[in-house]
Design a protein around this ligand. Structure first.
Ligand code: NDP
Ligand code: 8X3
Length: 251
């Protein structure tokens, strides 16, 4: 029987590429995001009628998270894999000049939102003594870089939560692991720079960054290991990237 995977942030980037790959591999999917037109596109593009549903909610809103999870129809309600992917950076400023609204957004989405959805899904995994949680962290959660301050803090928090979940859920046989990518060309920098597409494009100029499909491939690998194998913490960077600040650019 095919596994059911819930993906947060499926409307773009890494989440979207993972949805595409897993749909092609006949997984059952619960695809989440806020942009309804993107969710509709996913249904049109990936659905064979019975393999996916979509949920529209803001992960910052804990009532909305619970309502959405409670609305999942019986055929999809046994969630085998939770892919905690929704998240973004907002701004890239020195800490003394940072916007408090940006800080709130990053901590509310990347940290608290991840906790809300995990809390909503955990009871069924605990009851079944099974399931798999994959957290999308970042190299930003392994190494702080200039002006990354609060985004890095949010991803260090994801690293801590990943470890905490693995420790506390160990007795239930629930697999928990993180995938931590370096620079991936998605809408990430469009969001970080608030729609300044030129500045966003520059982040990935002069080298071959990771593509969202590369990360999707790794997530597929993580999900398809035999039960006794848990990929606990994986870092992946483009070959051109050596650290958060060292990227071999050809211009
Ligand atoms: P994108 O901007 O392309 O995708 C972000 C996704 O998160 C979208 O589907 C968006 O959906 C969803 N999302 C954002 N805010 C909310 C919210 N409040 N409620 C619900 N969903 C939300 O970026 P990426 O694919 O690059 O990012 C995915 C994850 O990967 C993030 O956690 C990011 O931190 C991480 N990451 C990214 C890297 C990169 O270089 N791109 C590197 C390392 C990690 P919608 O707007 O429809 O709600
Ligand atoms: C995204 C990678 O280096 O842009 O998490 O912060 S980076």
């Amino acid at each position: 029987m095919s596994k059911t995977v819930l993906i947060t942030g499926a409307t773009s980037g890494i989440g979207y590429a993972t949805a595409e790959l897993l749909a092609a591999q006949n997984f059952k999917l619960i695809l989440c995001g806020r942009r309804q037109e993107r969710l509709d596109d996913l249904v049109n593009k990936l659905s064979n009628g019975s393999n996916l549903i979509t949920l529209n909610f803001d992960i910052r809103d804990r009532e909305a998270v619970l309502k959405a999870i409670n609305s999942i129809p019986a055929e999809f309600s046994k969630i085998d894999v939770l892919l905690n992917n929704a998240g973004n950076a907002h701004g890239l400023d020195p800490i003394d000049k940072g916007s408090i609204d940006d800080w709130d957004a990053m901590l509310d989405i990347n940290v608290k939102g991840l906790l809300y959805i995990t809390k909503a899904i955990l009871p069924q995994m605990v009851e079944r003594k099974g399931g798999h949680i994959i957290n999308i962290g970042s190299t930003a959660g392994k190494e702080v870089y200039p002006n990354g301050n609060v985004y890095c803090a949010s991803k260090y928090a994801v690293d801590a939560i990943n470890q905490g979940l693995r420790i506390d859920l160990n007795a239930y046989g629930i697999r928990v692991g993180a995938v931590n990518p370096g620079l991936v060309e998605t809408e990430f920098s469009d969001v970080r720079f608030k729609g300044d597409l030129e500045r966003a494009k520059n982040v990935y100029k002069g080298f071959q960054p990771l593509r969202p499909e590369d990360v999707a491939d790794i997530i597929h690998f993580v999900i398809t290991r035999p039960y006794h194998v848990n990929i606990a913490d994986l870092v992946v960077m483009s070959t051109a990237q050596a650290s958060s600040t060292i990227v071999n650019k050809n211009d």
